[in-house]
Design a binder for this molecule. Structure first.
Ligand code: HEC
Length: 183
């Protein structure tokens, strides 16, 4: 009888262990699945075009993938720089929560309250599903951290150091009524 009990509890323990291992394996698979999906999405959504240094000049530096760019974007109200998206805590997104990253991508709201320039296409990214937004965050957390502080935004009228992408003033067709068109 006691042998039977031992056999039974050993059997239960083995079953539980197996269930635990299956659960752990499943969540590991889910995590690597999310990272793969995030990699796929960030590639297709062109994050690297702006956020990987050199890409806009035709010489992407994949060793510093998504670590931000020195190339400024000129807008009517100043110059902005594509940010460091790697997990570096000082110069990248390392200290941002998942929710803060998703919010910046979908609404352009930074944790400090500043609204990102629409050059960062958050208006398009507003349509991301929760699952895809989480996958992008999982991928950004998985890439190597690169220490690289991109220049802070520069207010209009201030002299800018370094290269700047300057667009010609928009044609009348592109200018919203009541706007001077900037520049
Ligand atoms: C067309 C260029 C462009 C593309 C494509 C782009 N971004 Fe950006 N992104 C920018 C610029 C420029 C800024 C900074 C804007 C500002 O400071 O107002 C920025 C800022 C950000 C920020 C805020 C970070 C911070 O420290 O302020 C996040 C997060 C971000 N981008 C994520 C992404 C992700 C993820 C993708 C792809 C899904 C992406 N971006 C695609 C240009 C781009």
């Amino acid at each position: 009888m006691s042998t039977f009990r031992i056999t039974l509890s050993a059997g239960v323990a083995v079953t539980l262990l197996a269930a635990g291992a299956t659960f752990a394996a499943k969540s590991q698979n889910a995590k690597s699945g999310a990272i793969e999906r995030g990699k796929y999405l960030t590639t297709l959504m062109g994050c690297g075009d702006c956020h990987t240094p050199g890409t806009l000049c035709g010489v992407p530096d994949f060793k510093r993938q998504l670590s931000g760019s020195e190339m400024g974007w000129q807008m009517p109200n100043g110059v902005v720089y594509a940010a460091n998206l790697t997990p570096d805590p000082e110069t990248g997104l390392g200290k941002w929560s998942d929710a803060q990253i998703v919010q910046a991508i979908r609404t352009g709201n930074r944790p400090d309250g500043r609204q990102l320039a629409p050059i960062m296409p958050w208006m398009n990214y507003a349509a991301l599903t929760d699952e895809d937004a989480d996958a992008i965050v999982a991928y950004l957390r998985s890439i190597p951290a690169v220490k690289h502080a991109v220049p802070a935004p520069v207010a209009a009228g201030t002299e800018v150091q370094g290269p700047v992408l300057r667009m010609p003033p928009p044609s009348a067709w592109d200018v919203p009524p009541g706007s001077s068109g900037g520049h």
